[in-house]
Design a protein around this ligand. Sequence first.
Ligand SMILES: NC(=O)C1=CN([C@@H]2O[C@H](COP(=O)(O)OP(=O)(O)OC[C@H]3O[C@@H](n4cnc5c(N)ncnc54)[C@H](O)[C@@H]3O)[C@@H](O)[C@H]2O)C=CC1
Ligand SMILES: O=c1[nH]c(=O)c2[nH+]cn([C@@H]3O[C@H](COP(=O)(O)O)[C@@H](O)[C@H]3O)c2[nH]1
Ligand SMILES: [K+]
Length: 499
Amino acid sequence: MAKYYTEPSRTFSEFLLIPNLTEREHTPDRVNLATPIAKYKRGETPKLSLHIPFSSAVMQAVSDHNMAVALARSGGVSFIFGSQSIEDQADMVRKVKSFKAGFVVSRSNLTPDHTLADVQALKRQTGHSTVAITDDGTPNGELLGIVTSRDYRESRDAPDKPIHSFMTPFASLVCGRSGMTLPEANDLIWERKLNCLPIVDDNQHLEHLVFRKDYDGHKEYPLQLLDANKSYIAGAGINSRDYAERVPALVEAGADILVIDASDGYSEWQRDTIAFVKANFDIPIGAGNVVDREGFLYLVEAGADFVKVGIGGGSICITREQKGIGRGQASALIEVAEARDAYFEETGVYVPICSDGGIVHDYHITLALAMGADFVMMGRYFARFDESPTRKLKVGNNFVKEFWGEGSNRARNWQRYDSGGKENLLFEEGVDSYVPYAGSLQENLDKTLGKIKSTMCNCGATSIEELQRKARITLVSATSLVEGGAHDVMIKDTGLSGE
Ligand SMILES: NC(=O)C1=CN([C@@H]2O[C@H](COP(=O)(O)OP(=O)(O)OC[C@H]3O[C@@H](n4cnc5c(N)ncnc54)[C@H](O)[C@@H]3O)[C@@H](O)[C@H]2O)C=CC1
Ligand SMILES: O=c1[nH]c(=O)c2[nH+]cn([C@@H]3O[C@H](COP(=O)(O)O)[C@@H](O)[C@H]3O)c2[nH]1
Ligand SMILES: [K+]
């Protein structure tokens, strides 16, 4: 006979935190959100930790190299999507690892034979007023000069004036050499009163530009997540099929942490994948997803460094409808967190858990942490930002960004070209959608982190560990849910003309 659970499975919106005494020292500026993401023994320092408990989902529409840089700069980690060729994924990892803060690849480039009109058109398009002039008009061509708005007079100069007649030529430029550090570049910018320092190699090929206005950049990102060589930490998603080829390429590219990306991680495929990685490499590997104690312990015994929790709760997920597997995200997390704590108690080994999918409101993150998650993984949340890889479109009067599930045909299509996969899935487990465009990652993150810290202070906690120890969590009845929103008032429409 089947085993029946007596409790229904529940989700975040059914719970609330009850405040504890807030003492004087419980202020948001004192809250530390550092959190482990790889297993460690009691008393030891975790091998890898985040400065904020956020990771971005292993999805085409979310985690490419740009998102990875932006999130690592803010203290979290991206797991670069694996639904692409091994070479392309390794390339993205390489881009993150070789990214040098303050050193930007020139985004506005022309040749000396272009004209002033081309400069103006490019400026309108990119918003950058510094244009690198290279022999072939590429960002890494031979540097022949620079054009800034100080080199021409829009009102007087003819639009067809060729760039070589008014650019600041290479011979008159102050340039930095390849391999220079950011402080060295900044010193040069300061001493020579420059706005922009081109960095060139021995053959006069342009590598990067360093801008004066980015000078204080490092101060803006006090939480940035770096390795010992001061490169950003990069994660990558893998699968339980081509790992023997994919993992070596990702490790070689410099990945710092891996995760097996699948809907259901309670499988011998995942056990074998973990065994392969552990036998051949010294890199932390997470596995999942699971929704119960058994699944968690199976992956831990198999050697997983962290375990991801959640089946079917994601915003674009239709797994529960299609296959009838899954569990309310809160119930899954609560059971796995209990198993993790018991395992720690018994063995002295702490295995971090990640709550993956289904975060709708910022407070859901705080709840997930309070329920025992060490960090969360989010897709929809990050898909809305400038830094996500998808197109920004105008639909009606609103800007949106595209967002599709990894189980949708759209995401799976790469296999048709890369590994001879099936034309179409037998059935899709994800949808193709839009999410409202929300601006930059940093702006949104600041707001979200502000809310989390504020709630933690209500709960008398200045660390995630303290929150987990002290949190008091209550179920809310369907009726009291209504009480939690605005009710029994007429909400004013803003922007309407008066009657
Ligand atoms: N978290 C969630 O609720 C869900 C996530 N997704 C996402 O969709 C993507 C695809 O997920 P899945 O379909 O679970 O991928 P998957 O490819 O790991 O699993 C698909 C099927 O292949 C089987 N399989 C795995 N490795 C195998 C091997 N080496 N040999 C033979 N069979 C093997 C699995 O048991 C499963 O039946 C992932 O990005 C995942 O995160 C999809 C659905 C739900
Ligand atoms: O059923 C699914 N079909 C899909 O196509 C799909 N793609 C991603 N995922 C999972 O959803 C998580 C992101 O969820 P959110 O957007 O809610 O943050 C992700 O982190 C995944 O766990 C999928 N689940
Ligand atoms: K299974």
